[in-house]
Design a protein around this ligand. Structure first.
Ligand code: 5GP
Ligand code: ZN
Length: 113
């Protein structure tokens, strides 16, 4: 198993976990780009957004709801926050196990770089 996030899911690499359930974990990004920067990750290995299947719709919905719940818990839900899936190299994906970034706690520029 070479995938970094599969190792984090398995607990082989430590992370600061915020949330976990049967399908998902969420943990703090090791290199935060904002006061709140965490990653919501499915336990099952899916390399990119391009690999999602119709049967994954509920999983992706639960990832979005997990991010929204963390944003509320951290008090940024009303002020605003951003969720991002990077897909493949031109978008900056570096870990090929899908993850939803949750960023907040500062004003976020648009469009992103
Ligand atoms: P990507 O560039 O693939 O969209 O996002 C990968 C994210 O994973 C980056 O924000 C990076 O800081 C984070 N990351 C990379 N390695 C680790 C790690 O070992 N632990 C944690 N918690 N985050 C990591
Ligand atoms: Zn993986």
């Amino acid at each position: 198993m070479a995938c970094l996030f599969c190792k984090i899911v398995a607990g082989e690499i430590p992370s600061k976990r915020i949330y976990e359930d049967a399908d998902l974990i969420a943990f703090e990004d090791i290199n935060p780009e904002a006061p709140l920067h965490c990653l919501v990750v499915p336990r099952r290995h899916i390399a990119t957004l391009n690999d999602l299947q119709p049967g994954d719709d509920a999983l992706v919905g639960s990832m979005a709801r997990c991010a929204a719940a963390i944003a509320k818990q951290r008090g940024v839900d009303q002020g605003g926050y951003r969720t991002v899936f990077n897909c493949n190299s031109e978008a900056g994906q570096t870990v090929f196990h899908i993850h939803l970034h949750l960023l907040g706690g500062r004003r976020l520029g648009w469009p992103p770089g």
